[in-house]
Design a protein around this ligand. Structure first.
Ligand code: D5M
Ligand code: FE
Ligand code: ZN
Length: 404
């Protein structure tokens, strides 16, 4: 059990670990070779080229489109200015405070740098022909069904659609192809917000069909118990689940979700989790930080959350921005760093299903089983419910099934 005091010194150590972990990832890139750290940029008699690794401490965007950034390491900082062409300014506006990057530019005094390029840690290209989990030449296709944000207990939980989905998973489809997929499904991964919870936001009780959190988990377990035991179910918490609110989040508390813990085919994990299923590596998170990063990232929006997830992969961090809506626990090791590149990166939370392929990684947002809530209506958020991504783990191909 890790106890977090949450004092300033804990946050200092937490950010030091983040800096060192992501610096290492950056340094493994050939194009970052020879980079210095923000506090020891070499000076000289003339302007000369430098590469500087640092954490973005602050960022200012000016009316003329130029951007200045303070880049720091554990010992000091350097000021970086972006001027000039649009492509460079776009890169500057993509920079997130608290992320760790390498700036390529020129300097004379070693304390201020004129930027020419930004290198994000990013992920390498993954070999396309790899077929995780399948013996060579095998035609035995295995499927993983990915979902999240079921919100059992909410008045807006789409019970009929969800029951239709469970029926399909039990193999009750008339369609031969769909039935075959269901029968070959080995895994169901639920990326948080299994239930709607209690007391998550003011006056939530008015929008609840089931007022008791124990009852919500009992109903959840009852639904999942109708599935064949051969389907292994992996569940991580979301912000509506009975759990501590900070990231990383431990598994849903066992005293609230006892009926789920009692199921032999259910695996309760934390957020984030890396889990290997039939040779395929899944990185699963609920995706709360998407609320923070989507408004900050150029070209990202709430209708295509998979795009912002790709940016998280480029930043190699689950929640790069600190101090917004996503509370972080300052553990000694930053477990939100995306250390190992997964085959599948799964999140939910935004309630919009979407799939992208980024450098061979399947990037998937698993949508929801909840129709538009009052809050979402007032905020102009339009969910895309009852659509489920199903991945053929041999072909690494995603299908989107609609149960509405
Ligand atoms: O969040 C579902 C989506 O709706 C997610 O993008 C956040 C947004 N949302 C929902 N309720 C709120 C409130 N009260 N404030 C801000 N944003 C909100 P979920 O985790 O299912 O509630
Ligand atoms: Fe949700
Ligand atoms: Zn959520």
């Amino acid at each position: 059990m890790v106890t977090i005091r949450g004092k300033a010194v804990d946050f200092r150590d937490y950010f030091r670990d983040r800096f060192s972990a992501i610096s290492s990832i950056l340094k493994s890139r050939a194009d970052v070779n020879g980079a210095s750290s923000a506090s020891n940029v070499p000076d000289g008699a003339k302007w000369h080229k430098v590469k500087v690794i640092g954490m973005v401490n602050s960022k200012r965007e000016y009316r003329d489109g130029s951007v200045s950034v303070e880049l720091e390491d554990t010992e000091g900082s350097v000021k970086v200015t972006f001027r000039g062409n649009d492509s460079l300014k776009r890169k500057a506006s993509r920079l997130l405070v608290d992320e760790v990057v390498c700036i390529v530019g020129v300097t004379r005094d070693g304390r201020s740098v004129i930027a020419e390029d930004v290198i994000w840690p990013d992920i390498p290209y993954m070999a396309k022909e790899r077929k995780p989990g399948s013996p060579v030449g095998s035609s035995e296709h295995i499927y993983a069904v990915l979902t999240s944000d079921i919100h059992i207990g909410s008045k807006t939980f789409l019970k009929d659609d969800f029951e239709r989905f469970l029926g399909w998973l039990r193999g009750e489809s008339d369609d031969v192809k769909l039935k075959e997929m269901a029968l070959r499904t080995k895994y169901l991964v639920i990326a948080g917000d299994l239930v709607d919870g209690v007391g998550i936001y003011p006056n939530q009780e008015e929008e609840l069909d089931i007022q008791d959190i124990y009852e919500q988990y009992r109903v959840a377990a009852e639904y999942l118990s109708t599935l064949p035991e051969r389907i292994r179910i992996v569940i991580i918490p979301g912000n509506h689940d009975a759990c501590r609110p900070t990231l990383p989040t431990p598994p849903i508390y066992s005293d609230y979700a006892a009926p789920l813990y009692a199921m032999s085919n259910v695996l309760m994990l934390g957020d984030p989790s890396v889990v290997e299923l039939s040779g395929t590596t899944f990185l699963v998170t609920h995706g709360r930080s998407l609320d923070d990063v989507i408004p900050l990232l150029p070209d990202c929006n709430f209708r295509e959350p998979q795009k912002a997830m790709v940016e998280l992969l480029k930043s190699r961090h689950i929640a790069p921005v600190y101090g917004e809506k996503t509370p972080l626990a300052p553990e000694p090791k930053d477990r939100l760093v995306i250390d190992r590149v997964p085959d599948i990166f799964l999140a939910g939370h935004v309630h919009v299903e979407g799939v992208a392929d980024y450098r061979g990684v399947l990037v998937i947002n698993s949508g929801t089983w909840q129709s538009q809530t009052k809050y979402q209506l007032s905020a102009g958020i339009v969910p895309k419910p009852s659509v489920v991504p199903v991945v053929d783990l041999n072909a690494m191909r995603a299908y989107e099934l609609n149960f509405s």
